[in-house]
Ligand binder design. Structure first.
Ligand code: IVH
Length: 690
């Protein structure tokens, strides 16, 4: 036994505290301490772990964001298939299902457990017991085709409502002490607020928005960069507990309670009932709640509660007979297109927007819907006068799903009909400034190329002032319009020459608001390189890319002087971003703008981040199964720290990392006297770079 040192005790205590507060914050939504106090504890733990790298374990709260997942995800066969569910769409179908369940159950009792059906993707979480009785998250696997999924552990670890460790104490409280392990299945969702934030950010970076929170969650979980996953703020709600590949014997209601005891997030909107009438009442209550929930749901899952009854009912090919998904009607409505308008964005991109006859969908009146681009209009076949199916997902702006037929009894709007057969055409000139529009070969989007187009300038200034960018509070749309119309502002740089007299001369601008705006503008000079880089509105350069570039180059000058190769040497910067950055700085007007901003005193430097080099010059060979890291993770982490991973052992190999069932490579290492380390040894080598 190792002696318990002071460092160990302090680390253990801090970890336990942080786990407790994570649970309060991310699972119970009831924090007990402030964010600042939490951060301070986290920093203290990091410092201690840096001083004692040998004590670092992957279940530490500091280890949520590890290395990249490298080239892909390992395939994993599920302990038991992850099945899908049959659906019911109305009360009659629910009643029919209930009758069938009772028929098949015979003399066995029938109670139901009903839960919200969250609209995300299902995930299997595997926990393994440690010698001290705690259980550690070892694998997170996507559903895949139901039989075989993908190992996305590195990404799952970033989801704060997924415990990295379940303590022996909690396992004891749940009556699960002494088990070798267990599995939890649940739904990963992207909360609507995160989804909107992500799409705003994508829009700003010139990327296509994700269609809905489910796609966004699925895409995020398969991202190869855990840092990005961590920023996206996914959430996970547990709905099954499996022991030895079997559903926990206590039944569904009790299992959900056990999952709560273990520290998992379980959706609180659930019920246990004996009759189909009670079920139907619950369905109604949930549907009424739907518009106000922070995540998307598409129905309710009803499960037979008792395991004995479940076993009696059994399975059809693809789904259990003992469960059903009651699906809500889509949040959609049919209405008529009155006009198709074209708006001009910050990058000059022209976007068609359908102006609709107002229609109520899921509690709000919808009057406009996005059509994205000319190809989308053509694909849908939308014309002025078309009847269309409008869907409201997590997006603020609804979208048109398809052309629909005129609902019976509806009247047409007379003004739309004459044009109804004219297909939509993107205008050849900008609808705001009249400049000829550019549509690059092979690209779907059309652009107004006039960098002085007032529509672009309005959008550029609003973007520049945005909270996540230069954060100039008080510079809203009305004021921006006034500044442009009065001729005071013709470019971003003009903001920094505004005076109080000029501002108060504008309509509805008082002395006080003028002063506070000027103070905000003044403050923004210090926003720093990354923010300013974002603010310039370079295509594909959103928050993360701007931070990476700023960290890698340290100054605006260095970025402006870098060629595409040098830009691509930055992690995560690909050819598209590099070309866009080059194009921006090659343009004389942009060069002049940057120079003017420099003269006006805007901060254009950042602290340069060193690339990790702890393992530079070292070559590793991996063999056998490591206790917590997958092959890909181990490789990625070595490479992130500057080391190399080779496939075979030679004299040049610095270390062989051996896990369980290591084979011939281990023998070869001994033969050649190459040092052999285990996972803990590797983590210790990696620790300084964390
Ligand atoms: S039970 C065999 N419970 O819905 C059991 N699924 O249509 C199937 N889902 O693939 C899963 N919330 O991704 C279950 N409370 C819940 C759920 C839920 C969402 C998803 C899950 C599943 C799909 C089935």
């Amino acid at each position: 036994m190792m002696k318990m040192t002071d460092g160990m005790a302090a680390i253990a205590a801090l970890r336990e505290e942080l786990r407790h507060h994570e649970h309060c914050y991310y699972v119970l939504d009831a924090p007990e301490i402030s964010d600042a106090e939490y951060d301070a504890k986290m920093r203290a733990l990091k410092a201690l772990e840096e001083a004692h790298p040998e004590l670092l374990t992957p279940d530490s709260p500091t280890q949520r964001v590890g290395g990249r997942s490298a080239e892909g995800f390992r395939k994993v066969t599920h302990s038991r298939p992850m099945l899908s569910l049959d659906n019911a769409y109305n009360a009659e179908e629910m009643q029919a299902w209930d009758r069938r369940v009772r028929e098949l159950a015979g003399e066995l009792p029938v109670r139901y457990a009903a839960e919200m059906k969250l609209d995300g993707l299902s995930l299997a979480l595997h926990y393994e017991a440690q010698p001290n009785g705690d259980a550690r998250l070892v694998r997170g696997v996507t559903r895949g085709d139901g039989q075989v999924g993908e190992d996305v552990t590195g990404n799952v670890r970033t989801i704060r409502s997924v415990p990295l460790l379940v303590s022996a104490k909690k396992l004891g409280a749940a009556g699960m002490a002494g088990l070798p392990g267990f599995e939890v299945r649940g739904e990963v969702v992207m909360p609507i607020a995160s989804f909107r934030r992500m799409n705003e950010e994508r829009e700003r970076a010139g990327l296509a928005p994700a269609a809905n929170p489910r796609n966004a969650a699925a895409g995020t979980l398969r991202t190869l960069e855990p840092n990005i996953v961590a920023q996206r703020r996914l959430d996970c709600y547990a709905y099954f507990l499996l022991i030895d590949g079997e559903y926990a014997p206590a039944g569904q209601t009790a299992s959900l309670e056990t999952l709560e005891t273990l520290g998992f997030r379980v959706n609180p909107h659930r019920t246990s009932c004996a009759s189909v009438e009670e079920l139907l009442a619950f369905l109604e209550r949930v549907e009424a709640m739907r518009p106000t929930l922070p995540y998307e749901i598409d129905g309710v899952v009803v499960k037979v509660d008792a395991q004995a009854t479940q076993l009696r009912l059994g399975y059809t090919g693809r789904a259990p007979r003992w469960a059903i998904a009651y699906k809500f009607a889509a949040r959609a409505g049919v209405t008529q297109v009155r006009a198709i308008e074209v708006t001009v964005g910050r990058t000059g991109k022209l976007s068609p927007v359908a102006v609709l006859r107002p229609v109520g969908i899921g509690g709000t009146t919808v009057e406009r819907a996005s059509l994205f681009n000319a190809d989308e209009v053509e694909r849908l076949g939308v014309r002025v006068g078309s009847w269309v199916m409008v869907e409201r997902g997590g997006d603020v702006i609804p979208k048109i799903a398809s052309v629909a037929s005129k609902p019976e009894g509806e009247t047409e709007i007379p003004e739309a009909i004459p044009e109804a057969d004219e297909p939509f055409r993107m205008p050849d000139v900008c609808p705001v400034c009249g400049t000829a529009v550019r549509k690059a070969e092979g690209e779907v989007d059309s652009y107004c190329v006039n960098t002085d187009c007032p529509a672009r300038l309005v959008q550029s200034l609003l973007y520049f002032a945005h909270r996540g960018v230069m954060n100039i509070d008080g510079l809203g749309e009305v004021l921006v319009q006034q500044l442009i119309e009065s001729g005071l502002v013709r470019s971003i740089a003009d903001l920094y020459t505004l005076t109080e007299e000029q501002l108060v001369a504008l309509e509805r601008v008082g002395e006080k608001s003028a002063q506070s705006l000027l103070a905000e503008i003044e403050r923004s000079r210090e926003a720093g390189l990354a923010r300013l880089l974002m603010g310039l509105g370079i295509r594909f350069v959103g928050e993360r890319t701007a931070e990476l570039l700023a960290g890698a180059f340290g100054s605006m000058e260095a970025i402006a002087a870098a060629d595409e190769q040098e830009l691509m040497a930055v992690d995560e910067v690909g050819p598209k971003v590099a070309a866009s950055v080059r194009e921006f700085f090659a343009n004389e007007r942009n060069q002049a703008l940057v120079e003017r901003l420099r003269t006006l005193g805007l901060k254009m430097t950042a602290e340069k981040k060193q690339r990790s080099t702890e393992l530079a010059g070292l070559t590793f060979v991996l063999t056998g199964t490591l206790p917590t890291l997958s092959r890909e993770e181990a490789k990625a982490r070595i490479e992130a720290a500057g080391g190399k991973v080779a496939g075979s052992v030679s004299k040049k190999t610095s270390y062989v990392v051996a896990g369980e069932e290591a084979g011939s490579k281990l023998e070869k290492a001994r033969e050649l006297s190459v040092p052999v380390i285990d996972e803990a040894g590797l983590l210790a080598l990696l620790a300084p770079s964390l």
